[in-house]
Design a protein around this ligand. Structure first.
Ligand code: 2NE
Length: 270
């Protein structure tokens, strides 16, 4: 992996290799819990990977073998969110969730150890999850006075079914990797020592496929759940593809050349 020297992140790492970006939450002393700064840096890193034409697939992971992420840092939880350095309270992880969901490249959660609370929702939001055999999953919200009724509830129900999703939230149990696989919460489970090799193999396989097909498919999976925002995402791909056609370009050219557009030259296909 190459370290990104341009960034001066405190809470995360950004690495890249072979058209893969690897974004790592680096707060192992708190099981990779996030604070507002962590989330701000993650948003910046995902933005970077999104815009980099050399990157096809993104991995999200946690430093060390004990945790992927344990959710919001409870030590700095104030009365209306998680406090930053100047005392402003945030729930900016919700913005990060939307970003991971809508950025047009596959995002793979690489989970060793705990994916708990808001950290569990982060892996859920990722397109695929590769789990090590020591991974443990669960929500804690009702135990610690919190909940995620957005994607945390709705996407969970779509992923594992309504009954199981309610069990996960209502009982706050933890599930091991085999149980997570059985309920469709993860894509595969591998020995801890093989976690990164296997994850990279999945990423390489996706990178050999058509980026446009993957892009449109990702937005298609969102379209039926995300209402007009989902349709906007899917339709944006249609617009971008239309821009690449001679028919789309005729409209732009005619405007720039101050003439009437000639759309008659294009077929009206059945
Ligand atoms: C993650 C888990 C299950 C790990 O257990 P274990 O036994 O392996 O470790 P331990 O001893 O609990 O944790 C090690 C150190 O990490 C800190 C602990 O306090 C401990 O610190 P020291 O005693 O060594 O000083 N730590 C762990 N998680 C932390 C956290 N989230 N914030 C701050 N410090 C944390 C176990 O630690 C656990 O259950 N952690 C809490 C999980 C949790 O409840 N997360 C918040 C859920 S709410 C949320 O994330 C959220 C939301 O619901 C809606 C919007 C946004 C966020």
């Amino acid at each position: 992996w190459q370290t990104d020297k341009a960034s001066d992140y405190q809470d995360i790492y950004y690495h890249s290799a072979e058209h893969i970006a690897k974004i790592t939450i680096n707060r192992p002393e708190v099981r990779n819990a996030f604070r507002p700064q962590t989330v701000r840096e993650l948003i910046d890193a995902f933005h970077r990977a999104h815009l980099d034409p050399d990157i096809g697939v993104i991995i999200l992971t946690g430093a060390g073998e004990l945790a992927f992420c344990s959710g919001g840092d409870q030590r700095i939880r104030g009365e209306a969110g998680y406090q930053d350095d100047i005392g402003v309270e945030h729930l900016n992880v919700l913005e990060l969730q939307r970003q991971i969901r809508t950025l047009p490249k596959p995002v793979v959660a690489m989970v060793a150890g705990y994916a708990i609370g808001g950290g569990h929702v982060l892996h859920l939001i990722c397109d695929l999850t590769i789990a090590a055999d020591n991974a443990r999953f669960g929500q804690t919200g009702p135990k610690v006075g919190s909940f995620d009724g957005g994607f945390g509830a709705g996407l969970m129900a779509r992923t594992v079914g309504l009954k199981k999703a309610k069990e996960i939230w209502f009982l706050c149990r933890q599930y091991d990797a085999a149980e997570a696989l059985a309920m469709g919460l993860v894509n595969t489970v591998v020995p801890l020592a093989e976690l990164e090799t296997e994850t990279v193999a999945w990423c390489r396989q996706m990178n050999r496929l058509s980026p446009t097909a993957l892009r449109v498919l990702k937005s298609s999976f969102n379209a039926d759940t995300d209402g007009l925002a989902g349709i906007q995402e899917l339709a944006g791909n249609a617009t971008a593809l239309f821009y690449t056609t001679a028919e789309g370009q005729e409209g732009r050219n005619a405007f720039l050349e101050k003439r009437a557009p000639d759309f008659q030259q294009f077929p009206r296909r059945p």
